[in-house]
Design a protein around this ligand. Structure first.
Ligand code: SF4
Length: 411
């Protein structure tokens, strides 16, 4: 009898036996090699499937119960409310087991998504040069917490992740390492890449991705059909499958992450949730994505007038690069976010539904303080011209071409 025959006996037929069998085999192979076991959990579909299956395998006696299983949950403060609610319920169930230690990690105040953007003035992240968010609000806090947890303990740790090889990546014969590919969860590949290098844990952490080979339909089956059943743990995971688009999920290739994630083409998960009964009051959150787009536009930002000398005396490659958000625009965006949140919460109260908390009083006060203090990111002081101003063109070699028709543009 294979392990899976055991696992999914009792009249419940699992259609993906080999996949789960392989997962169990990989866990069994690496489990005994480490003194500590930890799991990096983002609250998204892949890591939630990994987490709940892992607990089931331990509860059912297919894996030895570790002395302590560390569960690290990265709370970005920007999660979709039903997904955050599911995470809270899962954490409550995890805490029922005295051998599980749940550690919720947050970025330090000044590095949180809203504070960094609206207080410090760093533009919303994008897929190109300015991808600051994942590392800052997920990976670094997670790595710091793992370092703190095992620093004083002897031995090594096995860090389990929910990294999956996307289906198109499988076809290409390579592993998807970015959250922008294959509908993968934001940051999942980063855990793999970054954690072993983090301070305090260098050389002491091995990572294992036991569902690397799972196709997305197996994830759905586990979250929607099996995990919620009492014999598999009774986990509140079906909302996750629904948020990703349920049966259509494979086609729409949705992923969750921060509300209005500036890196995603569309807010598919939010749109799906708003259309569900009981969550229509979240509709104002759809205004966040356009707000982030607005903040990236030149009229809201300043730019280097160029040419710019670097510390080593060389000329900057992009002498007129666009930079941070103007102070007044940050204030305007702050008011808009607060208004969106207030509208959601007023409707939530009216209908007796859960509200949203993406910007709390402490964060708001810090943003206001940073704006009042005229805070700019490094190498900027606010004296730079508006990014939508007409300027002489400055080239990489330092040469300047004056603008034509200077009289017409009034500079
Ligand atoms: S979901 Fe989007 S905004 Fe949030 S950390 Fe990931 S890439 Fe950044």
């Amino acid at each position: 009898m294979t392990a899976i025959d055991n696992l999914f006996a009792q009249g419940v037929r699992m259609v993906h036996e080999e996949a789960v069998d392989l997962t169990l085999a990989s866990l069994r192979a690496y489990w005994p090699l480490h003194q500590h076991v930890a799991i990096a959990w983002s609250g998204g579909k892949d890591s939630t499937a990994t987490l709940t299956l892992l607990i089931h395998l331990i509860d059912a006696g297919h894996l030895p119960q570790p002395e302590c299983l560390y569960v690290f949950y990265a709370d970005t403060r920007q999660e979709l409310p039903p997904i955050q609610a599911a995470a809270e319920l899962i954490m409550a169930k995890l805490r029922e087991r005295n051998w599980i230690r749940v550690i919720v990690v947050h970025a330090p105040l000044d590095k949180r998504f809203m504070v960094y953007m609206l207080g410090r003035g760093v533009p919303p992240p994008n897929n190109n040069t300015l991808r600051w968010c994942t590392r800052q609000i997920k990976v670094e806090p997670m790595a710091a917490a793992l370092g703190a947890a095992i620093a004083a303990l002897p031995g090594t740790a096995l860090m389990i992740t929910g990294v999956r090889e996307g289906e198109s990546a499988q076809r290409d014969g390579r592993i998807a390492m970015s959250c922008s590919k294959d509908g993968a969860e934001c940051g999942q590949g980063w855990y793999q890449q970054v954690l072993p290098e983090a301070k305090g844990i260098r050389g002491r952490v091995a990572t294992l991705a036991p569902i690397l080979h799972w196709r997305v339909c197996i994830v759905w089956d586990w979250l929607k059909v099996y995990a919620p059943q009492p014999e598999f743990g009774g986990w509140p995971t079906s909302i996750l499958a629904d948020a990703y688009g349920g049966d259509d999920a494979e086609e729409i290739n949705a992923r969750t992450g921060c509300i209005g994630c500036p890196l995603a083409q569309k807010d598919t998960a939010l749109e799906t949730i708003i259309a569900m009964p009981g969550w229509s009051h979240l509709a104002p959150l759809a205004e966040l994505k356009p707000l982030y787009r607005w903040l990236r536009k030149p009229a809201q930002r300043i730019r280097k007038a160029g040419p710019e000398r670097l510390k080593d005396g060389s000329l900057a490659k992009n002498p007129q690069r666009m930079g941070p958000i103007k102070l007044a625009r940050r204030s305007a965006a702050l008011e808009k976010v607060l208004a969106i949140q207030a509208r959601v919460n007023a409707a939530a109260e009216q209908f007796g539904r859960p509200g949203v908390d993406i910007l709390n009083g402490e964060e708001e006060a810090r943003i206001r303080q940073l704006i009042a203090d005229k805070t700019w990111p490094e190498k900027w002081d606010g004296s730079e011209p508006s990014a939508d101003a007409w300027l002489d063109s400055v080239y990489q070699d330092g040469s300047v071409q004056p603008i034509l028709f200077r009289d017409l543009v009034g500079t």
